[in-house]
Design a protein around this ligand. Structure first.
Ligand code: FES
Length: 163
């Protein structure tokens, strides 16, 4: 009984992934199924949280050293493409000087993902807006020790991985 159930679930998952492959690039599928940079960060130096027009939210956490990003993580309650875009935003930011990280736009994320269908383009915008919010927060915190002292991120633990 449980073996049958497991088999049915595996088949269902395989068919969802197969359908997704008809719509999305392999880079999107890879990051959706294995989002390397997904996860909350304790005491981030920069934190951004943005909710898009669709109602989905992305949160990005940053750490930097010598004005270079040394760690970037994200969480989201959004769809597969939001997961892929959030992951790509963090991936692109890793190791970049802050100045360069500010140049990571929606279009760069889209290009690196191998494109997204028209209706999912806003997911890349949400990821780039959140990255900018986290970068701005990092800069403001650096210049204002009081802000750093009282800053708390609002992660509610409800964000999920795969949809
Ligand atoms: Fe809302 Fe992807 S559908 S961000």
């Amino acid at each position: 009984m449980s073996e049958d159930f497991d088999k049915a679930m595996d088949e269902l998952q395989a068919s969802v992934i197969e359908d997704a492959r008809k719509i999305y690039s392999e880079k999107v599928i890879e990051r959706w199924l294995n989002p390397k940079y997904m996860g909350e960060m304790e005491n981030p130096q920069g934190y951004g949280k943005v909710t898009g027009t669709c109602g989905d939210t992305v949160q990005i956490f940053l750490r930097a050293d010598n004005n270079k990003i040394i760690d970037a993580r994200f969480i989201t309650d959004g769809c597969a493409t939001t997961i892929a875009a959030g992951c790509m935003a963090c991936e692109l930011a890793m190791g970049k000087p802050l100045k360069e990280a500010f140049k990571i736009t929606k279009d760069i994320i889209l290009e690196e993902l191998g494109g997204l269908p028209e209706e999912s383009i806003h997911c890349a915008l949400l990821a780039s807006d959140t990255l900018k919010a986290a970068l701005n927060d990092y800069i403001q915190s650096k210049n204002d020790p009081w802000r750093k002292l009282y800053k708390k991120h609002e992660g509610d633990g409800k964000m999920r991985g795969l949809v």
